[in-house]
Structure formats: structure tokens, C-alpha cells
Write a protein that binds this ligand. Structure first.
Ligand code: AMP
Ligand code: MG
Length: 335
């Protein structure tokens, strides 16, 4: 009886306020560990619970295909056998990765896997020898990934080649999750895959306000706020994963030309774009390229619809004109 009364009340409210407004009253949030990071999805609307549940289901399926830590994943199979017929998701990521790699003169390069393994940043090092680094650099230098666009076949011409999609996967997956939510008729949502954020629509009628991590502060402490809707924002920073040896920090974004963690004078790069995979790959690439080459790339005609927030090691912030970003910390100034 009581439930019936509540339902009648909701129906009356829906008529009075409009269905969209009532849909906004319903929301569902879930947080789970996936893709090596904490993922949180919040959706607003009548279908929010089933939509978010379905979103995590999709995320887990993507992870099973992508993970370099699982022997059965498509990527592990490709790394072992050097050729594979791939499904659309894995193939699309490799295709986009190759494009960004070409555009960035190899600053972004998924064939860094042998170096990623050598550095073992997640496991805490240690710093490898110069000789080992040079040896693995050769496999990157000689890598030749061939793709058959029609058949979705991928072939590594060099038997040393191995790939790691860690620099592009979260952005790609955030887009996929957004599509799943939209298929459930969700008109408002926030997807956060370890700091790789995608928004759908608006939050209660207003644009989403996303805090951008202060690279020098604890996780969750922001240095500014970005206002967006229906966009993706992906941030790369050394603070995400690193170890310290003899007082020096060694982090997870490697320069494929030197074999060492990138030391380009940048402390954080955020890329704002429609396409999450491109945003993700570009954030890693620009971190490697540094301010000058990074800005030249982002301001070029190819990427001029992409937004950026770049912080250099002196706390100077470079912000593109096509975004709405406000610095809120006094430690930073616009460059
Ligand atoms: P992100 O956090 O998106 O900047 O990506 C960093 C992750 O991508 C690392 O943990 C590695 O797995 C991988 N990676 C590191 N350096 C590169 C690079 N130069 N190009 C492509 N992927 C990279
Ligand atoms: Mg990235």
C-alpha cells in the first residue's frame, strides 16, 4: 500500500516537473577495481542501476581482452604468437595507437612493453643497467606492426616486438562505457577510470565541473576546475606510478627514444577531446614530448579541436583557448 502511494506520488511529480527532472532524482554509483585502477561510474536516470551494472560488465570483458597480466587475453596471445585476428575493440586501439605514434614521432609507442617490463615501475624497480635498456630499446626501434584493415589482422614483423595498451586503454574503455550507458537511455553520467574521465550530458542541468589533480599534492587534491559536458578528459602525470631509488624518482611514462622515464619538464598533461582513446594517447605522448613540442603538436591543424592543460615543473600552466578551466591553487600561474 505504502509503495503504491510512493509510485503514484512519483508519477504525479513526473507530470508536474517533466520526466527528465524526475529521472535526475534517480542515480546509481558503483566503484570497482578494473584496468589496474579504481573505476567509478555514476549514472542518473530511471535505468541507472542496470546501466551501471552493464557498464562494469563491459569493462571487465574489455579488461579480459586487453590485459598484459592475463595469459588468455588477446594482447598476450598477440605478444606470444606475433600475429592475430582481433575483435573490433583491440584492433581499434592498436590502429589509433599507431596513428598517434606516427603523429608524435614515436613519443607514444605501444611497443614499449619490453621496457615497461624491464623497469618494473609497479613492482618498485630496481633501476636497470644501461646495457639492458639499450638492448630493449632496439626492439622498439625495430618494431614494425602491420595491420590489415579489412581483415582486422595484426602482424609483428619483428619477433622481439611486444605491445602494451596501458597508455590508451582507459580512454578507449571510457568511451565504450559511455556507449553502454547511452544504450540504457542514460542522459547524464560521470565515468572515472582512474582519473580518465568521460561525462555524458549535464549534472542536474549544469555542466560537469571536474577537478584536475595537483601533481604535487595527495590524490584528490585539485589545482583547478574544468567545466565540460559530453567530453573526455585524460590526465598523465609522473605522480600516478613511480618508485624512488637513491632519492631519485622513476615513473611509469617512458621515453621510447631514451629508454628512461620521460624527463621533459612537464609534471602533468590533461587532454580534453571527443575521442577518449586519442585523448589518452595524446596525454602520454605530450608528457614525453615536453612543453614546446607538445604545444606545437596540439596547436597543429590535426589536433586543434583538442583541449589541453599542461603544467611544467615551475608551476606554469598552459591552457588551450577552447576549454573552460579555472586555476584554483595559488601555487600555479597561467603561462
Ligand atoms: P598514461 O598513464 O596514459 O600516461 O600511460 C602510461 C602507461 O602506458 C604506462 O604505465 C605504460 O604501460 C604505458 N607507456 C609508458 N610509456 C609509454 C609511451 N611512451 N608510449 C605508450 N605507452 C607508454
Ligand atoms: Mg595515456
Amino acid at each position: 500500500m505504502k509503495n503504491k502511494g510512493i509510485i503514484i506520488l512519483i508519477v504525479i511529480l513526473a507530470v508536474l516537473m517533466g520526466t527528465a527532472a524526475v529521472a535526475n532524482m534517480f542515480s546509481y554509483t558503483a566503484t570497482e577495481y578494473a584496468l589496474d585502477t579504481m573505476c567509478t561510474v555514476t549514472a542518473y536516470g530511471f535505468n541507472s542501476k542496470s546501466a551501471v551494472t552493464d557498464a562494469f560488465d563491459t569493462l571487465k570483458k574489455l579488461e579480459a581482452k586487453l590485459s598484459v597480466h592475463r595469459e588468455t587475453s588477446d594482447i598476450s596471445r598477440l605478444n606470444r604468437e606475433k600475429r592475430a585476428h582481433l575483435d573490433e575493440d583491440v584492433f581499434n586501439m592498436i590502429k589509433t595507437a599507431k596513428m598517434v605514434s606516427d603523429d608524435t614521432n614515436g613519443a607514444f609507442d605501444i611497443t614499449v612493453k619490453p621496457l615497461v617490463d624491464l623497469w618494473n615501475i609497479k613492482g618498485g624497480g630496481p633501476v636497470p643497467s644501461e646495457k639492458e635498456i639499450t638492448y630493449r630499446l632496439n626492439s622498439i626501434l625495430n618494431a614494425d606492426i602491420q595491420v590489415d584493415l579489412e581483415k582486422r589482422d595484426v602482424y609483428f614483423a619483428n619477433s622481439d616486438t611486444q605491445i602494451d595498451l596501458g597508455g590508451i586503454a582507459k580512454g578507449y574503455c571510457a568511451d565504450k562505457v559511455a556507449k553502454v550507458l547511452e544504450n540504457h537511455d542514460i542522459k547524464s553520467a560521470l565515468i572515472d577510470l582512474g582519473g580518465n574521465v568521460r561525462t555524458i550530458g549535464k549534472k542536474k542541468g549544469k555542466v560537469w565541473r571536474i577537478g584536475i589533480q595537483d601533481p604535487k599534492k595527495k590524490r584528490g587534491e585539485y589545482f583547478g576546475v574544468l567545466s565540460i559536458s559530453d567530453k573526455c578528459v585524460v590526465t598523465s602525470g609522473a605522480y600516478e606510478r613511480y618508485f624512488t631509488e637513491n632519492g631519485k624518482v622513476y615513473h611509469h611514462i617512458l621515453d621510447p627514444h631514451t629508454g628512461y622515464p620521460a624527463d621533459s619538464g612537464i609534471t602533468s598533461v590533461s587532454i580534453i577531446a571527443d575521442d577518449g582513446a586519442i585523448a589518452d594517447a595524446l596525454s602520454t605522448a605530450v608528457y614525453v614530448l615536453g612543453v614546446s613540442d607538445g604545444l606545437a603538436l596540439l596547436n597543429s591543424s590535426e589536433y586543434d579541436d583538442v583541449g589541453y592543460i599542461i603544467i611544467d615543473k615551475n608551476g606554469k600552466v598552459y591552457i588551450s583557448e577552447n576549454i573552460d578551466f579555472e586555476i584554483t591553487s595559488e601555487s600555479y600561474v597561467e603561462g
